[in-house]
Design a protein. Structure first.
Length: 113
């Protein structure tokens, strides 16, 4: 009797393609008028759905890089999330970045001796 052995190989790189780390600034200063960029590695044919709490996406929704306006956000803890959808319609994992908006320091009056 002959036995047939079937070996299935699953490429580790295909498993990791949806599990990217989101490099992110972990804090922003309150009332900062500069836009903050967030990005993931681009995959040809993929689209990216971004969701943020607290700020506003100023540019880039649908791409691998967004610009976020945090200028009107009160101090606290917020999130930036992204999900990749590849050319075949397969949806990747949610990638998360925690962002803290730090309060503006309050400087006391100048005094003299």
């Amino acid at each position: 009797m002959k036995k047939i052995i079937v070996i299935s190989l699953l490429s580790l790189s295909s498993l990791l393609s949806y599990s990217q780390n989101l490099p992110c600034p972990d804090f922003v200063c309150e009332s900062d008028v500069n836009l903050t960029a967030y990005s993931v590695s681009a995959t040809v044919g993929s689209t990216y759905t971004w969701d943020i709490t607290g700020g506003n996406i100023a540019a880039g929704q649908g791409t691998n890089t967004i610009q976020v306006d945090w200028s009107a956000t009160i101090p606290g803890n917020y999130t930036v999330e992204v999900v990749e959808t590849d050319i075949n319609g397969c949806i990747g994992n949610v990638i998360l970045c925690n962002v803290t908006i730090n309060p503006t320091p309050i400087t006391g009056p100048i005094t003299h001796d």
